[in-house]
Design a protein around this ligand. Sequence first.
Ligand code: PLP
Length: 381
Amino acid sequence: MQGPNKQETICVHGASFFEKHTGAVSFPIYQSATFRHPALGESTGYDYSRQQNPTREELEKTIANLEKAKFGFAFATGMAAITAVLSLLKPGEHILATDDLYGGTVRLFNSIYSNYGITCSYVDTTDIELVKKTLRENTKFIYIETPSNPMMKITEIQAISKMAIERNILTVVDNTFLSPIFLNPIELGADIVVHSGTKYLGGHNDTLAGFVVTNKENLAEQVQFYQKAAGAGLAPFDSWLILRGIKTLAIRMQRQEENALYLAEKLKAHPKVKKIFYPGLPTHPGKAILEKEAKGYGAMISFEVDSKETAENILRKVKLILFAESLGGVESLITYPMVQTHADVPLSQREALGINERLLRLSVGIENKEDLLADLFQALE
Ligand SMILES: *Cc1c(COP(=O)(O)O)cnc(C)c1O
């Protein structure tokens, strides 16, 4: 791209900085399904919005720039984006995935794609030797979430992607939790990045969206073809909402992280909190990896309390922090992974990971940190 290329500036100005026809500072919403052709065989570059729409295109270029990549594609949801990536696979092929993935991704792999002959093994991707041992002849993707969800384990992307390249396997990273402000997996060797744009990118808990980003022309061609053929591209208005959300992404990430670090330290010292999982804490085994590969620790905290009753009490008693699914927005949300986000993960897998009836997951927002702490501590009483 031309011009300033620092993350904060891209966030505010998008890919185009302003709209070239009118000078509009806020990129217009091209609410049109179809586009007039000047003459037979001629096109303005836009034909039909399933294929491409100027507002969606502005967003796609913006996310590509933020991820330091050439190609970006916007979809209706994060799951639609992940489905687009799965369209690169053929029956008989195998995915090796992080063992505590977002539950919706496990559901998609285990309940839908298994019907099409695609298999998936779940392993602790922080253990490179274990990853190597689990690879099969037909492994096509190593599919990573880092920090993992909800246990906040940190996978070393450089080590995985280096090993994958040697074996002709694609590394796919779900970068929803750290966002492009803190992590750029493609710079570390990943082939494909996916996002739930619903989370930090949108940032306001008001819009669903998803992204696929890559630097590889052949992969981009296939994803683009899939987007046109299957028709789950993001609508113009929703594209605009995400562009608007991205304007404040950098400062939101900073503030959310600052709040999270503060809350993690206080929670850790609370007698009813038995375990805490936040990669910004000095005791977290993944902290050093993030310091090498990322620019931040994010704002997601999981913690285990002393009993199921305490967990249930917290969910009932929080006032400011909302008991709701999702994450990444300006509002702090608390979830109960066992019955919400991870209900579709098989019980044995869940228990082995530590996703039990005492585990809560907190998405820290941009509210005043003292207010957040006071709310959590009154709920813990
Ligand atoms: C929410 C989420 C998804 C799914 O995204 P939707 O926009 O809800 O479809 C995928 N991965 C992660 C890590 C998520 O948190």
